[in-house]
Design a protein around this ligand. Sequence first.
Ligand code: ADP
Length: 310
Amino acid sequence: MVEFAPQQGQGAAAPLFAQSFAGDTYNTSIYIARNGVQVSYATLLGDDPYSERMLQAMTAEGIDTVAIEQLPGRCPGLYTIQNSADGERQFTYWRRESPARELFADGHRRAQLQDHLRQMDCLYLSGITLAIMAPEAREHLLAFLRQYRHDGGRVAFDSNFRPRLWASKEVAREAVAATLQQSDIALLTLEDEQLLWGDRNAGKCLDRNGRHQLAELVLKRGPEPVLLQYDGELTALDVPPVSDIVDTTGAGDAFNAGYLAARLKRVEPELAVAAGNRCAAQVIRHRGAIIPAAGYQPDNGAPIDGLARA
Ligand code: ADP
């Protein structure tokens, strides 16, 4: 999406905004690429100047954009951020007409995209990806994931539950559960799980997700230890304390990137969690989901300057 974040004159009738690009899977893609793993991003955009600049921004990050189709006469979804007096951030969205909503809908485009996706070692998608798609398109996606995994591909999924994007909680539950059934790696956030399923605690959440036969289940809980279920064992892994947190927007997306990039480099899951924490720690010390490339330290397993180790 196109993002407008307030710069000056907050609360004024005509505040000034800084324009950039963000979105959950987009944020994750950027940090995976910055950690040295090849990424191809699949979506639909328009042919307006913002779509063009979004493509340029991805290319500048080293992300492959061949699977991004541009629909003539269309323009991408957009949102603005407002900071209220108590420092809370409020988001306003314009995305009903976003071309990304047509992912997997058209038969010809879907066939082309599937050919491209079959070449990938791992596919990553989120609950927002599911939420913006048409119900029939979701069915096609699930059928594709089933075949893709049967042929040896790995699927990673973050349920990222945003109630306003769904017709009802029941529809969301069904789609999320069906996708987890087709996933190898689940990167969940306890807060979202509680919102969607009403889990009283992490134990309930792990029990429920246990039936999906996931190879790896990672449960993020903000500053609380990350829970990792892998190879029949449950491990609680401390999150190193982070000083001077500025803005936790995109923390979960960045964590996912650190984790997945490490796993794709065949790093063990426990160490991949540490990489996830390191990536998130960098992001929450800056304003916004995407921190400047020049200030980002690519992950090579070493501690990040100024951050304690767990
Ligand atoms: P989301 O952004 O999806 O809500 P979380 O809030 O659970 O996700 O945070 C994701 C990750 O970001 C955590 O697992 C941790 O690595 C990091 N993180 C978030 N909040 C903090 C914090 N207060 N201190 C240190 N790390 C944090």
